[in-house]
Structure formats: C-alpha cells, structure tokens
Design a binder for this molecule. Structure first.
Ligand code: PLP
Ligand code: COI
Length: 340
C-alpha cells in the first residue's frame, strides 16, 4: 500500500486490496467471495448494461479517537438497497448478506480506514446489477452484488465552507412517478449534463425542482436539501427524491435540539424567507449553501453573509459527526462497531 495523504484526500476512487461479491443464480444468493481484482467480467447482453437494472448505496466507516471503527446506520442502507432492487425488478440482497458484505469489505481493507482527526473516512459502495443476458426488455435472472471501499475526503472541495448552487430549469433528474426515490444509476445519468454545466459556471452543484410544475424544491444534486427558518428545520416532501439517511438523522437531531421539523413542499419563492440553507448526504455530510442562482429567471438568494456556516447548520453538523466518529454519546443507537 502506497502512503496516503489522509488530510488531502478528495472524494474519489482509491484502489484498496479487496472487494466482496455474491452472485444470484438459479433463484438464490451464492456464498460471499473475496476478490482482489478491480474488474468484473460481464456478459455483453447483461441487463445492467442495456436496461439500467442497476442500483448502488453509499455509507461510511469512521475511525474513532478510541481506535474503534463505526458504521453509521448500515441497516438503513440495506433497506434502501432492497427498495431500489424491488423498484426495478432486481433480486433483493437480504440484510444479512448486505451486512456480511459491508463488514467484511471494511475488515479486509482496514489499513485504508483514515485515522481519526484527518477529516477523512472510508466510503463503502455496495453495487447491485443485472448480470444475466437479455435482449428483450425483461428483468435478468442473474445478479451480481458487490461491495468495494475507498478512503475519501469531503465531497465538495469547500468541505464545510459554504457553496454556491444553481437551479436547474432545463433538466430534470427524475419523473414524479419515476425512479427518483431509488438509488439507481439512471437518475445520476440524467443529472450529468446539468451538473457539468453548473461546474463550468463555477457552481458546486445543482438544485433540482419538481419535474411536474417546476414550483417546488426537490433536492440538491447528490444530496437532500434543508432550510432553517427561525426555529424550524424544513425539508422537501417529494416522491421523486432519494430518502436520505443523513436527512432522516438530521430531522431527529433537529427535534432533539428543540427545533420544529417540517417535511413539506417548499416553493422556490420561499428561499427568500430562510435564514440558513444546506445540502446533506453521506458524501456531502452538511454542505452549507451561500448562494442559490436561478439564472434563467434572473434571481438569486444569498446566505452566510459573514462567509461562515449558519449557527443551526453548524450545530447539526457537529452533533452528527460527533456521533459518527464516536465523540458523542450515540443515544439513538445509530452506530455499529466493526470488530477488526
Ligand atoms: N440524494 C441523492 C440523489 C443522493 O445520491 C444521496 C446520496 O446518497 C442523498 C440524497 C443523500 O442520501 P444519504 O444521506 O442516505 O447518503
Ligand atoms: C452519497 O452521499 O453516498 C452519494 O451517493 C453521493 C454520490 C452519488 C457520490
């Protein structure tokens, strides 16, 4: 293993030693296999390649000050992968298989878990796709479930520093009754073009609106959106966004801090009434937003006028990461220690 500069790791792929795999064949999941190859051999007619039968997950392992390695709410990721699998007619990996795969992938690559205090963590990427051959549009009869890991730093280069984002009016990531609530690759494919336009224009990410009316806020690129208004934590209710585990946790923490939690439709005009806004997710953690530009409508909203994250966003951020790294009491039972 080459020396890794933990403190300056980007959010990206870094080769590790092993990944784990299980095939679904003839109606059952096979024994978990350990592989040291970064490649998979795939049939050219696999449904994962042609018809988008593919889903993934993202969670992290955190090294604590006490030397213990914790996973954050892995059961929620297992459940969401099962929902995604059901949503696009794939074989469903049972939670025990998901757990065995994730825990083993962490154990087998323990040298790659970033040390406490570096701000980095071990990103875990479970992947599921149709590996069976089909030419007609039908679900496959074979699937591959694979878990690899990669040590990562912050998703946005700004880290916890406020970012600028751009409203997308020309592109939707998901249809109202489509696959937006599943973590399937097609949603990300639909977001690539506008994502690149936004980056080119100097924005960190994109704010998607509801595809039907373009009136309500959906989500912020690969992260959910939240706002603070007075004593309320407000986040969109929409059937086309990914149910974020980070957001779900922040809602609990917000309530615990005495904030009122509102999960409802958020009209874009409401942006002028918010005190703080942010994006949240496993990769993004909390990214405070300092500017939202609706370029086509010639409108923009500015926050964090002193250049810093808002007070409530900062409190939420610290409460969350303190639980993840084991620095605060895990009073909601969200973390599981991995025996290395
Ligand atoms: N929304 C999208 C589209 C995402 O890709 C992610 C990342 O997983 C999230 C939201 C945040 O979800 P979570 O907090 O479960 O990581
Ligand atoms: C995550 O937060 O886990 C994500 O899914 C972000 C991403 C697609 C890189």
């Amino acid at each position: 293993m080459d020396h890794i500069e933990w403190g300056s790791l980007p959010f990206g792929y870094q080769k590790t030693d092993y990944n784990v795999r299980s095939y679904f064949r003839e109606g059952e999941w096979g024994k978990l296999e350990i592989s040291s190859s970064e490649f998979v051999s795939v049939h050219m007619a696999a449904t994962g390649l042609h018809y988008g039968q593919q889903a993934f997950e993202g969670l992290k392992a955190y090294m604590g000050k006490d030397g213990k390695v914790r996973l954050f709410r892995w059961e929620e990721n297992a459940k969401r992968m099962q929902d995604s699998a059901n949503g696009i007619m794939m074989a469903v990996p049972p939670s025990e298989l998901f757990k065995e795969a994730v825990f083993n992938a962490v154990r087998l690559n323990k040298d790659y878990i970033p040390p406490y205090g570096t701000g980095a963590s071990l990103y875990i990427r479970p992947l599921l796709f149709g590996s069976g051959a089909r030419v007609g549009v039908k679900p496959a009869d074979e699937y591959l479930f694979l878990v690899f890991v990669s040590p990562v730093g912050p998703y946005f280069k700004e880290g916890f520093n406020p970012v600028s984002i751009m409203v997308s009016r020309e592109y939707d990531r998901a249809a109202p009754k489509g696959t937006g609530k599943y973590k399937v690759g097609g949603n990300y494919a639909a977001s690539l073009k506008i994502g690149e336009i936004a980056h080119h224009e100097g924005f960190a990410s994109v704010l998607f609106l509801d595809a039907n009316e373009k009136k309500y806020i959906d989500e912020a690129g690969p992260a959910n959106f939240f706002a603070i208004k007075g004593n309320s934590y407000i986040t969109p209710l929409s059937e086309s966004i990914l149910p974020s585990i980070t957001n779900k946790s922040l809602m609990t923490l917000a309530e615990d801090m005495g904030l009122k939690v509102e999960r409802r439709k958020i009209a874009i005009e409401e942006l002028s009434e918010f005190d703080e806004v942010g994006a949240c997710g496993t990769a993004a953690v909390i990214s405070p937003i300092r500017r939202i530009a609706d370029v086509e409508n010639g409108t923009e909203w500015n926050y964090c006028l002193d250049g810093k994250a808002g007070e409530k966003s900062s409190q939420l951020y610290h409460r969350l990461i303190d639980i993840q790294y084991g620095d605060a009491e895990d009073k909601f039972g969200w973390t599981t220690v991995v025996d290395l």
